[in-house]
Write a protein that binds this ligand. Structure first.
Ligand SMILES: CC(C)=CCC/C(C)=C/CC/C(C)=C/COP(=O)(O)OP(=O)(O)O
Length: 367
């Protein structure tokens, strides 16, 4: 009896009028959701593909294929609602440790699907979304990398939305890369030298002013100052008989510290680590150009972040764990996440008017 009911249900839902009715209902729901605030940046940890495959006695790789179909559905819902950036965890660096046939299956899947996804007229073009691949490029083999680069190039012109595909990625690798490039930037500053506004010229001017132009001042090369040669030393080293080799100041003058450890331009060899702020690192994070992460969703019931979006999860990111396996994830599940997010936004708006600072920043960034 139960079998007959489920067969009947399937026949109705999969018939053309049934499909039409479902599509109408989906559009209606999305239209209703759009009446409220919409997260600008959503991340999905698409978990549960293998368990889905196992429970249906399918090949593991087939589970990942179904996972991709779920991604295509969810992406469309997001962009229709007005989400600007969708970030997905498609391949973790740890996934290289899986059986060879599964890794190979995921690489093939990435190649085929990225080719399809970026063919003119597909979802991405429809919503003006460009593809970005975030992760350790050097770990991707050449044939896959070629397809990925082509996908990025083909969608480069799209500027309304973004699909970030993390592949192969872990947050710790991302942060390590960001710190490494921050340090590289700090170690290779381009100080403006020998210009009317160079540090040594400015210091010379100040000193000349204090000396009323009585003495001829020596030239203090920027390099010498930058090397820290003069740091902490008095200009007047106490030897009154010193010749014009030292720039003497009138008695009672405050002792200037010639070398300010100003970081980017003041010193080439001694950058000031205090100048490295959250914003500095942020500029080197893969999602630097994206709005702050408003919503993080992980499926399959596992309640961990598993090295995904560790930097991006800030105090206003809402994290949702859902029991449903990723290939089953659809509007029927996502709608509850979005409704709860909207409800929480309204609550925090009511509690503190600036409660949605992240979202407001996101709006202004994308406009
Ligand atoms: C090109 C592109 C964007 C492809 C996306 C395809 C896709 C959905 C990839 C996810 C792969 C993955 C490791 C999922 C985690 O589930 P799991 O395998 O760990 O499943 P389990 O938790 O049941 O073991």
């Amino acid at each position: 009896m139960a079998d007959t009911v489920s067969l009947l249900r399937r026949l109705i839902l999969e018939s053309p009028p049934g499909e039409w009715a479902i599509n109408q209902l989906r559009e209606l729901l999305i239209g209703a959701l759009k009446q409220g605030p919409i997260p600008q940046h959503v991340a999905f940890e698409m978990d549960g593909n293998r368990r889905y495959a196992r429970s249906r006695r399918m090949e593991t790789v087939e589970g990942h294929h179904r996972g991709f179909e779920a991604l295509a559905r969810i992406m469309e819902i997001c962009y229709k609602c007005g989400v600007k950036v969708v970030t997905v965890y498609a391949f973790s660096i740890e996934n290289f440790n899986r059986p060879k046939y599964e890794v190979e299956g995921l690489m093939q899947l990435a190649k085929v699907k990225l080719e399809q996804l970026t063919t003119y007229g597909d979802i991405l073009d429809r919503y003006g979304a460009c593809v970005r691949i975030l992760g350790q490029r050097e770990m991707i083999r050449d044939d896959v990398l070629e397809v990925m680069d082509r996908a990025v190039a083909r969608t480069k012109h799209n500027n309304k939305a973004v699909l970030n595909i993390c592949f192969p990625y872990t947050s710790r690798a991302e942060m390590t890369t960001a710190i490494r490039s921050t340090v590289q930037e700090f170690l290779s500053p381009t100080p403006p030298k020998n210009t009317p506004f160079s540090p040594s010229r400015i210091r010379q001017k100040i000193l000349s002013g204090q000396l009323d132009g009585r003495d001829l001042l020596p030239t203090i090369p920027d390099e010498a100052l930058d090397d820290g040669e003069y740091e902490g030393k008095d200009i007047d080293d106490g030897d009154d008989n010193d010749s014009s080799e030292s720039a003497t100041l009138p008695p009672g003058s405050p002792e200037p510290r010639l070398l300010s450890r100003s970081g980017s331009y003041g010193s080439t060899t001694l950058p000031n680590p205090d100048n490295i702020t959250v914003d500095t690192i942020e500029r080197h994070i893969y999602t630097a150009d994206d709005p702050p992460l408003d919503l993080f969703v992980r499926t399959s019931g596992v309640e961990r972040l598993s090295d995904f979006m560790l930097w991006q999860c800030h105090q206003d990111t809402h994290i949702f764990f859902r029991k449903c396996l990723w290939p089953d994830f659809d509007l029927k599940d996502f709608i509850w996440v979005l409704l709860e997010w909207q409800w929480r936004q309204k609550q925090s708006d009511r509690e503190k008017p600036s409660g949605r600072a992240g979202t407001v920043k996101a709006r202004s960034m994308m406009e």
